[in-house]
Design a binder for this molecule. Structure first.
Ligand code: HEC
Ligand code: HEC
Ligand code: HEC
Ligand code: HEC
Ligand code: HEC
Ligand code: HEC
Length: 284
């Protein structure tokens, strides 16, 4: 459950929920004392997913392309070069077959479990920005679309990518079929992360949430960019050492790992086999 409450909206939901339940008790007591009939619940279980999403529908990437492929901001063209776009051409099932929900879910955009259909093949714009029907005609372009990096909490941010890049169960399913953009899966009732093998594919969320990075609010979008004019390996925002050093100024290779093998990067020691636990290796 996601709480629409200034206090509960903070990262540490366990403590905050406890705090809020106490606060709402205090409010209940106060409400009784001044003779009000209703209880003023400070922390109502109101989802923070924006209201427009109740009716918004998927329109498909070709529609986004109409406005988002300008000469000075060719977002569509940048995205088209990404692994996410290319999934459309290499789906893990044959034409005419009906893939299992948990397979389809990770490879298409706008999947409907009820009809086993989708809007687009591949991970297209609306897979990360949410259904875009309201956005296109709206005056307020910001309030009618999701910017994953602008979501308030680390839990909300990581859910955008982690619903696909995670291994978990929710409501008896292996994928979040009812995921709503803006939702924090980690704080949703019945959500359980699965045990995973370090560095295995499509489980980055499992490792990241257990890391110091996540505890400090560092999420997927702090390190990865999904469409950029200067694409890097693994969709990193910057070349790997430059990326890490943008926050860890003191840990330069020269000062911090002078004995590292030629060609080693921060990832060699801190993301062995692509593991996202970001553990501190034992010093020699
Ligand atoms: C009719 C034109 C139009 C269409 C169609 C359109 N957009 Fe936009 N969009 C805009 C404008 C204008 C802005 C604000 C300026 C900008 O960031 O380019 C914007 C901004 C955005 C932003 C940034 C919002 C923010 O908070 O910074 C995102 C993300 C976005 N659009 C995604 C999409 C997606 C996904 C689609 C397809 C479903 C889409 N747009 C279709 C015109 C359009
Ligand atoms: C895999 C996820 C993902 C996909 C797919 C994706 N985006 Fe984005 N987009 C992001 C993230 C994350 C941001 C926030 C800025 C950043 O960190 O790159 C963003 C930012 C934007 C912005 C704000 C301006 C900017 O570039 O920072 C626009 C506009 C936008 N996306 C449009 C699109 C359109 C149009 C498509 C499809 C052609 C698309 N996005 C596909 C994740 C995605
Ligand atoms: C709808 C599901 C889905 C969503 C949402 C999604 N991804 Fe992916 N992503 C995939 C799949 C499937 C692949 C595997 C592609 C392959 O192996 O060819 C992938 C591949 C990648 C890769 C590897 C790219 C490469 O060049 O090897 C990166 C990095 C990545 N995703 C990051 C992200 C980030 C960051 C977000 C959130 C902003 C995100 N993804 C959102 C499904 C998704
Ligand atoms: C602190 C920075 C950082 C964060 C946070 C981060 N990543 Fe990465 N990610 C990297 C780096 C660096 C690599 C390249 C690793 C390498 O060179 O082997 C990478 C690689 C990947 C790959 C490609 C793996 C492959 O085998 O090609 C995927 C997919 C990916 N990240 C997804 C995610 C997702 C999803 C999240 C959030 C749950 C995330 N990452 C969070 C830094 C980060
Ligand atoms: C957006 C900023 C940011 C980026 C980018 C970033 N980090 Fe971090 N990193 C942090 C923060 C914040 C911490 C928490 C400790 C602290 O406050 O210094 C941390 C902690 C760590 C730790 C210690 C982990 C522990 O368990 O104590 C390691 C190792 C680390 N980062 C490696 C990396 C590597 C490697 C990269 C590049 C792939 C990277 N970081 C990119 C912000 C960042
Ligand atoms: C040859 C392996 C190696 C390389 C390459 C390497 N590190 Fe480390 N790093 C370590 C070890 C070992 C530790 C633990 C040191 C300790 O506990 O005293 C560590 C610790 C860290 C920490 C935690 C520091 C703290 O005090 O908690 C950060 C942050 C970090 N490294 C960032 C980086 C960055 C950024 C790069 C790339 C510029 C990098 N590392 C490259 C081996 C490496």
């Amino acid at each position: 459950m996601v709480y629409d409450c200034p206090v509960c909206n903070e990262r540490d939901l366990t403590i905050m929920k406890a705090l809020c339940s106490r606060l709402s008790w205090a409010y209940a007591l106060a409400a009784l004392l001044i003779g009000l009939v209703t209880t003023a619940a400070l922390c109502a279980d109101t989802p923070v997913t924006p209201a427009y999403l109740d009716t918004a529908t998927y329109r498909g990437a070709t529609v986004c392309k109409m406005c988002h492929n300008k000469k000075d901001a060719p977002t569509y063209t940048h995205w088209e070069a990404s692994a996410h776009a290319k999934i459309a051409g290499s789906l893990p099932w044959k034409e005419g077959e009906t893939p299992a929900a948990e397979v389809a879910y990770r490879h298409v955009t706008g999947y409907s479990a009820a009809t086993k259909t989708w809007k687009d093949k591949g991970v297209t714009c609306e897979a990360c920005h949410g259904p875009g029907s309201a956005h296109m005609m709206a005056k307020d372009k910001t309030a009618t679309i999701i910017d994953p990096a602008a979501l308030k909490t680390a839990g909300q941010q990581i859910s955008v990518c982690g619903r696909c890049h995670g291994q978990y169960t929710i409501g008896g399913q292996k994928v979040a079929l009812n995921y709503k953009f803006g939702q924090d899966l980690l704080a949703t009732d019945g959500f359980t992360l699965a045990e995973v093998k370090a560095g295995a594919a499509m489980q980055e969320m499992n490792e990241v949430v257990a890391s110091t990075h996540f505890a400090k609010g560092v999420t997927c979008v702090s390190c990865h960019s999904s469409h950029t004019a200067t694409p890097q390996a693994h969709q990193l925002k910057k070349p790997v050492n430059e990326l890490c050093l943008s926050c860890h100024q003191d840990q330069t290779m020269a000062a911090h790992a002078p004995k590292a093998a030629a060609g080693a990067t921060c990832a060699t020691c801190h993301l062995p086999k692509g593991s996202h636990a970001f553990a501190k290796p034992k010093a020699e």
